[in-house]
Design a protein around this ligand. Structure first.
Ligand SMILES: [Zn+2]
Length: 138
C-alpha cells in the first residue's frame, strides 16, 4: 500500500500536480482498472473511499490529468468520454459496436503513424477501429 502511494505520488509530482485526496483517489481507480472508464464508472466504483467525491470533482481531476499527459481521453460515436492512463504503445484500439469491449493492440503501423505525427507536428494520436462484433460477445 505504501509502495502504491509512493508510485502515485511520483506520478503526480512528475506531472507538477499537487497531491490531493481527489487526485490520489482517481489515479488509484484508473491504475487498477483493466479497461477505459467513464466518469460514472469512476464515481460508482467500489474502490472509492471518499464518498463525497462529486462528478464535477472527478471531471476537474481528469481535466488536469489530461492536460499533464497522465491520462488519455477519447470518445466513440458521441458516447460518454472514456479515460485511461496513458501508456506507451497503447494508442491503437479496436472497439466492438455490439458490446462496447475495447481491445488495445500494438502494430508496426504505430511507428509509421508516429513518424507522420512528427512530420506534421501533430500532438496526439487516437485511433479507434470499429467492428460490429468481437470475441467477447459472440
Ligand atoms: Zn463485442
Amino acid at each position: 500500500m505504501l509502495n502504491d502511494f509512493n508510485e502515485m505520488r511520483d506520478v503526480l509530482q512528475s506531472a507538477n500536480l499537487r497531491i490531493t485526496m481527489n487526485r490520489l483517489e482517481v489515479l488509484n481507480i484508473l491504475r487498477k482498472a483493466d479497461k477505459e472508464l467513464t466518469v460514472l464508472d469512476i464515481l460508482y466504483t467500489n474502490e472509492i473511499a471518499n464518498k463525497k467525491l462529486s462528478s464535477s470533482a472527478v471531471y476537474q481531476v481528469l481535466k488536469h490529468f489530461e492536460q499533464m499527459g497522465i491520462v488519455s481521453k477519447f470518445k466513440i460515436n458521441g458516447e460518454q468520454a472514456l479515460y485511461c492512463l496513458k501508456q506507451e504503445n497503447k494508442n491503437l484500439r479496436i472497439y466492438c459496436q455490439h458490446c462496447g469491449h475495447i481491445e488495445h493492440f500494438h502494430d508496426d503501423v504505430e511507428f509509421e503513424l508516429k513518424r507522420l505525427m512528427q512530420e506534421r507536428s501533430a500532438v496526439s494520436l487516437k485511433l479507434v477501429l470499429q467492428k460490429s462484433r468481437c470475441t467477447q460477445c459472440i
